[in-house]
Design a protein around this ligand. Structure first.
Ligand SMILES: [Ca+2]
Length: 137
């Protein structure tokens, strides 16, 4: 779906938990019983807690359907979306630097009406070591 039609999504979507930093992979399924978006595509909403300044990566993979990802900020405003990670793949990836801490939501979606299993991975800066790049001013 396009992020422009998210209003209907947020009205009926249950927020799933299980994604967390520094790295998690969850399994899910888009089914015909999901609350559909207005374009007929199914989706799941996955929450995670993010820290300001973290550059996170989200990967959605499916062998059953064409994956589509949207990232919502803590106010449910779409801030990033991706259909295909590369020309040769229908999987999706978002890499994004979180400007604020809070509860972010991943919309795991299909690019067109379809159903099937998928995996969703979250990767955040790991460990307790703070890495800072020196800046020249
Ligand atoms: Ca795709």
């Amino acid at each position: 779906m396009n992020a422009l039609i998210l209003a209907a999504v947020l009205e009926c979507g249950v927020r799933l938990t299980g994604l967390s930093c520094p790295a998690t992979t969850v399994a899910g399924a888009i089914s015909s019983t999901d609350c559909p978006a207005s374009d007929g595509t199914g989706y799941d909403l996955w929450q995670f807690s993010g820290k300001a300044g973290d550059t996170i990566s989200i990967d959605m993979k499916s062998s059953s359907f064409d994956a589509y990802l949207i990232l919502l900020d803590p106010s449910d405003v779409p801030v990033a979306e991706n259909d295909d990670v590369s020309a040769g793949s229908t999987d999706s990836r978002i890499t994004f630097t979180l400007p604020t801490a809070g509860t972010w939501t991943v919309v795991a979606n299909a690019a067109s009406a379809a159903s099937g299993d998928y995996t969703l991975s979250l990767s955040c800066p790991g460990g307790t070591v703070t890495r800072r790049r020196a800046v020249g001013h």
